[in-house]
Design a protein around this ligand. Sequence first.
Ligand SMILES: Nc1ncnc2c1ncn2[C@@H]1O[C@H](COP(=O)(O)OP(=O)(O)OP(=O)(O)O)[C@@H](O)[C@H]1O
Length: 281
Amino acid sequence: MSGDQLPVSAIPTEVKLTTPESSVLTLRAAPNTHVTVRGLCKSFAGQVLYKDFNLDLPRSQIVSIFGPNGCGKSTLMNMIAGLVPLDSGEILFDGKGLKDTRIGYVFQNYRDALFPWISAWDNIAYPLRRQGMKAAEVKQRVDELVALFEIRFDLKRYPYELSGGQMQTVCIMRALAPRPEVMFLDEPFSALDFEMTLFIRAKLQEAHLATGVSMVIVSHDLEDAVFLADQILLLTRRPTRIAELVPFTMPRPRTPEAVSDPEFVRVKAHTLEVFRREMQA
Ligand SMILES: Nc1ncnc2c1ncn2[C@@H]1O[C@H](COP(=O)(O)OP(=O)(O)OP(=O)(O)O)[C@@H](O)[C@H]1O
């Protein structure tokens, strides 16, 4: 399904959009849509990356973004998260702007993402204190996350005293602490060993099941992308369009053995086939 062939279904949210040609276009969002992207345009140094790009991101689901190198996976996610400005277009969260929406973001480079001068515990508490939450409530929320993530290491340690996987776990806990409506993760496994990848994949699923947070994940690893996803958003080469939105409905929690399940193998093979086709296009 391409971005400009969005399903027109019941209970729509209507998004009005002024195109560069000044006509007003109304595209209906699919049911259960959380985030709508309409008429998104973005170029870098005169090179078009996105032109009139439309997308609906579903509520309480995990969407993995996958596509050829340099097609704009991170830029798309970062535009939705407000980290990269759009040239034009509109992005709404339940009809609201970003400033009225609580989001969480997990960076690829966890070493630079944590504040090195405060403990891991204080890093997790940081966004809560910034909101003005009382000390007892901050402690309660951090304790909840410690239980959810079954943390066995000492959170009083400073980031430099933690392993890479422990640091990334702290980053994810910090992003989840303020109960975001949408959470963005940029290559969360790329610097982790296999054991930590399995751990963090499992914990992300548990956090998702426990909170219902909508998640968007950029991944270079097809297995990680499929394993976590309810939908795999496959992008084309630039100028970037949606090659296909591949559903993956395997029940959760998915165990590491899920990668051998015939349905997993089928969806992964199909995703690879579309990816290869786009590489050759
Ligand atoms: N700040 C910037 N200035 C200029 N060009 C940029 C900037 N950010 C991204 N680009 C370019 O836009 C394109 C898309 O970049 P982006 O990092 O979003 O792609 P990606 O699909 O996430 O890449 P990769 O697969 O390599 O991680 C690339 O050609 C990149 O060089």
